[in-house]
Design a binder for this molecule. Structure first.
Ligand SMILES: CC(C)(COP(=O)(O)OP(=O)(O)OC[C@H]1O[C@@H](n2cnc3c(N)ncnc32)[C@H](O)[C@@H]1OP(=O)(O)O)[C@@H](O)C(=O)NCCC(=O)NCCS
Length: 182
């Protein structure tokens, strides 16, 4: 199950992403030195308040993933930088103990279903590190296709005036994978 995160949950979602034992799987350290772990201040700049405001859901949002009564992590989507009917997704679980059980792929499926129904999104993009094999596998299980025609795909998704700003992703163009679900 997924639901919109509230503004007073912002700090919690930062801690799950950046201060938990799952952080090392996608940021910081020797493996991901090109994507250092953000400070709380940097996170707040990147995740502006609209991500935590359901009334701005056409621009993007952070969603809380619940497994039964337990909150286990977040999905996130953003649309403001993309062409019409497109969303870029992200996901992070709050603990390694929650990983590898299929929760990630199911939460992405739920987010996609929600976006299709609520705001008419038809094209989905997700960009993990090429080194993050677990994430790539999970996204493929959710229905995403791994793309080798990266530049062509990114030109289709990003607004032309924002292509240069976003094309490198979090890890640089070569190290950032491109997966789509259309
Ligand atoms: C990425 C993430 C969301 C995936 O969710 P998840 O619930 O752990 O993933 P799933 O259980 O749906 O699928 C993982 C798959 O990868 C496989 N896998 C895990 N580690 C692997 C490895 N080193 N090599 C190959 N396959 C691997 C698993 O076997 C599983 O496939 P299977 O179900 O066919 O056996 C979650 O692991 C996570 O939050 N990781 C830390 C944060 C992160 O990396 N976020 C991604 C940012 S882009």
């Amino acid at each position: 199950m997924i639901r919109h995160a509230l503004i007073d949950e912002k700090r919690k979602t930062y801690e799950w992403m950046c201060l938990s034992d799952t952080a090392a799987a996608h940021m910081g350290g020797a493996d991901y030195e090109e994507n250092p772990i953000p400070s709380w201040e940097e996170f707040q700049e990147a995740f502006e308040d609209f991500y935590y405001t359901e009334s701005r859901k056409e621009s993007g949002a952070v969603m809380i993933i619940q497994n039964g009564d337990t909150e286990v992590g977040c999905t996130c989507y953003a649309c403001f930088h993309l062409n019409s009917n497109m969303a870029e997704l992200d996901i992070w679980l709050k603990s390694e103990s929650e990983c590898g059980k299929g929760i990630g792929s199911q939460a992405l499926k739920d987010t996609i279903e929600y976006l299709r129904k609520k705001i008419g999104i038809t094209n989905f993009l997700i960009r993990p590190s090429e080194k993050n094999i677990r994430a790539i596998k999970s996204y493929q299980k959710a229905g995403f296709s791994y793309r080798t025609d990266k530049e062509e795909v990114l030109r289709k998704y990003y607004k032309p005036e924002l292509f240069d700003t976003y094309k490198d992703g979090d890890y640089g163009f070569d190290i950032t994978a491109v997966l789509t679900l259309e």
